[in-house]
Design a protein around this ligand. Sequence first.
Ligand SMILES: [Fe+2]
Ligand SMILES: [Fe+2]
Length: 261
Amino acid sequence: MSQITVRQMNFNFPEEIDRYWCGNSLFKTHFFNSITLLFPDGEQFMLRTLKRQLKHIDNPQLKQEVSAFVGQEAQHAVQHEKFWHNLRQQGYQFDTYLRFLRFILFQVCENKLSIKFKLAMIAGVEHFTNAIADLILREDLFAEAEPRMKELFEWHSAEEIEHKTVAYDVLQNVTKSYFIRVLGIFIAYTFVLGFVNLGLVIMLYQDKKLLNFRVWQEMIQFLFTKEKFVLKVFWHSLEYFRINFHPLQRDNLFLVKKVIG
Ligand SMILES: [Fe+2]
Ligand SMILES: [Fe+2]
């Protein structure tokens, strides 16, 4: 039996939610807004790829887990996309960004990559989201965020940890090649970092905060000196390079219980 639960959520984000909802930090808000722009289409790509792979999986347990993964990622996409309305209402325009993102995801990655590389990329993205999710819950990164946004990111983080083994096990089911696994995480990190930074620059520019001293100060604090986000995510990411790596080796399932019982 799969231990992964698909939860039907029904978030709503009133327009009064503060423009700088993440603890009044300009940088953190734009950073997580940028992630919110990236997630829905990224998750569509991942769930579609894994759904198509279902018929090639013989292991009934893994089959069930893939179905649950698909259900969870579909929920994440729907719930995060709801916040796009707030961002548009705050005056941000990101249709061109989305067209570019969709071109890379669906025309290039989905149509041109072989199934092995697609799965290796997805397992790499999942390791990245796991590193971020682990940090969010372990260090209570959203302690000062607006309560509905805190709930959205913490629920999403908990489910990312809950299904952390699925994409990796599907990849291992297709190939155990270390080279493909490692190449996949390089493609994944290049893709995610590229789009998160692009979204961040677009949001900051449109908010007329790109050259604001406070933003840069908050960025250095968040990424390097206070929360040390980059250093901790990088450190967690290195685990993936162990020859006998498996996502279960990291003890973080207790974080799921902390949020969703
Ligand atoms: Fe997700
Ligand atoms: Fe995920």
